[in-house]
Design a protein around this ligand. Structure first.
Ligand SMILES: [Mg+2]
Length: 268
């Protein structure tokens, strides 16, 4: 039987730890409880714009020890390029950093001086500086044989002012203009699942591990890809009256992370 310390908690950020920029009540205490019980904690997000340190600092600002415990879709996207490759980054700083850490060269689509045939890949991630010229430069590289990698395919994301275009919208524009299909790296797809397993030293289907998130279509399907349990929290985009129709069906549902962790530890 697996011991308590063998349990890994793979935690989504937005809707679980914070909502937009507001910490969700009890999330810091939940992590303290998991740390005290010596469970493994890994934060896994589809948000690709933040660098590793920016993501850690945002968590630390919520009172959560985060160093070395963050996996982003930017890191998953960079895992699909090889050391030495030339990569157009149509996205934020988090992708530039991840591409460099991979030993490849990130290129700005607007300031690229590399011959277009030497470009191996284009990575698209969420950024607000997306423009016609960035789209044109990225598409030109794709017409000349570069691979298209997308950090995540979320079509929109929620804000207090309604839905805004997400990276799926930016990726769709680049894919149509470039006449190629993207490889999507983030949740719920295999590249980020493989990175999570590598970081945790686990294999698919190891019992007792759980993915916690607020969105069945990304967090629930990541759990399915990993063959781990899915814990749905109602502190984000999914409300209590939607639980019965969730696909995939969660193994456990709680109002928030703190209550999910308390219930799990008290039943262990
Ligand atoms: Mg979320």
């Amino acid at each position: 039987m697996a011991g308590l310390t063998d349990i890994a908690w793979i935690l989504d950020l937005d809707g679980v730890i914070w909502l937009a920029d507001e910490p969700i009540s009890g999330s810091a205490r939940a992590i303290q409880l998991l740390d005290a019980a010596e469970h493994q904690v890994l934060f896994v997000t589809n948000f690709s714009a933040l660098t590793r340190r920016q993501a850690e600092l945002k968590l630390e600002g919520c009172g959560i020890e985060a160093e070395g415990r963050v996996v982003t879709s930017a890191m998953a996207a960079a895992s699909l390029v090889k050391p030495g490759e030339q990569v157009i980054v149509c996205g934020g700083e988090g992708i530039n950093e991840a591409v460099k850490e991979r030993g490849a060269t990130p290129l700005d689509p607007l300031q690229n001086s590399v011959p277009v045939r030497s470009i191996d890949a284009v990575i698209v991630g969420f950024h607000r500086e997306f423009s016609f010229d960035r789209l044109a430069a990225s598409a030109h590289a794709l017409h000349n044989g570069a691979r298209l990698i997308s950090t995540n395919s979320d079509p929109t994301y929620p804000t207090p002012h309604g839905l805004l275009p997400g990276n799926g919208s930016l990726t769709a524009a680049v894919a149509v203009a470039g006449k190629v299909e993207p490889i999507v790296a983030g949740k719920p797809h295999a590249p980020i699942a493989n990175l999570v397993l590598e970081r945790l030293g686990l294999e698919r289907g190891t019992p007792g591990n759980i993915v916690v998130g607020d969105l069945p279509a990304t967090d629930g399907l990541l759990a399915a890809e990993l063959d781990f349990d899915f814990g749905l929290v109602l502190s984000g985009v999914t409300s209590a009256d939607q639980v019965d129709t969730c696909d995939p069906t969660p193994n456990v549902v709680a109002p928030d992370l703190e209550q999910m962790v308390e219930a799990a530890l008290s039943s262990a």
